[in-house]
Design a protein around this ligand. Structure first.
Ligand SMILES: Nc1ncnc2c1ncn2[C@@H]1O[C@H](COP(=O)(O)OP(=O)(O)O)[C@@H](O)[C@H]1O
Ligand SMILES: [Mg+2]
Length: 253
């Protein structure tokens, strides 16, 4: 029976989809039957991150009770399953997110882990992705607007009785103006489970349609995501030792 985790933020552009694509691949490579679902129904883009071709059957069809759930599952080379979203204006206008829980419940039996890529804001579709989940991971950037939006999201998730696994702080530039891990934990009242730095390579991954865990498996961001994937899937995994050989290999690779 799957564990269903929704990755949400409040603010847009903080790195939810990037994180979901990487977490999905990492969990799948740890041997867990994992499926990621694009629950960002108005501005979806999980498919772009994972190189999913334009797909005839999507989450939008499933929410309208059209067609077969298996026809909406794209199998990524990592074995990760992906339910992409439709990109048309018709899909945008003609879908009711309230049925998301029904669709997600159909995925529970045949998977170990279901990961939902939530939308920005706290509108209907974002609430539907929280409602459909058992637990929540919050993604934020280390700036006040993003953290205050994350706080609203946490409060709503708590009202909906959805436990918060923790907070991923993404796009950290180590600037003095940024909130620290301690600041973020005090504001949000939830543990920071990962810190991922700003890195141009992360945007290169979009062009390559290959998330960082596959694009550069020893990259710091890849290691951070794998740590979380290992914890969520109860996998014994230790990060590579950053000894001289590791450093030399990275310099010359
Ligand atoms: N750690 C990072 N360093 C640099 N760019 C990043 C990082 N994480 C995400 N990005 C870029 O930020 C943009 C928004 O990320 P995305 O995952 O789509 O955010 P969201 O799903 O929260 O809207 C993308 O272009 C992505 O490549
Ligand atoms: Mg997104």
């Amino acid at each position: 029976m799957a564990r269903v985790i929704s990755c949400v933020s409040g603010k847009g552009g903080v790195g939810k989809t990037t994180f979901v694509a990487n977490l999905g691949i990492a969990a799948s490579e740890f041997g867990h039957k994992t499926i990621v679902v694009d629950a960002n129904l108005t501005t979806p883009n999980l498919g772009f991150h994972l190189g999913v071709p334009l797909y005839p059957q999507t989450i939008h069809n499933l929410l309208r009770d059209e067609g077969n759930i298996y026809d909406a599952m794209y199998i990524h080379p990592s074995d990760l399953k992906v339910i992409p979203a439709g990109l048309s204006i018709y899909d945008l206008k003609n879908t009711d997110p309230s049925k998301l829980s029904n669709v997600v419940n159909k995925l529970r039996e045949e998977h170990d882990l279901v990961i939902l890529d939530g939308s920005a804001g706290l509108g209907k579709e974002s609430l539907a992705s929280i409602e459909a989940a058992d637990e929540i991971i919050i993604i934020t950037n280390p700036e006040l607007p993003s953290v205050t939006d994350a706080l609203k999201t946490i409060k709503i998730a708590e009202e909906m009785k959805k436990p918060i696994i923790g907070v991923v702080v993404n796009r950290v530039r180590k600037m003095k103006s940024e909130l620290t891990k301690h600041d973020i934990e005090s504001i949000l009242g939830a543990p920071v489970i990962s810190i991922i730095h700003e890195d141009k390579k992360m945007s290169d991954c979009i062009a390559a349609k290959t998330p960082i865990v596959s694009y550069d498996k020893d990259h710091n961001a890849a290691i951070e995501v794998k740590k979380i994937a290992a914890e969520l899937t109860d996998t014994f995994w230790s990060p590579p030792k950053k000894d001289l050989m590791f450093v030399l290999k990275r310099i010359f690779s």
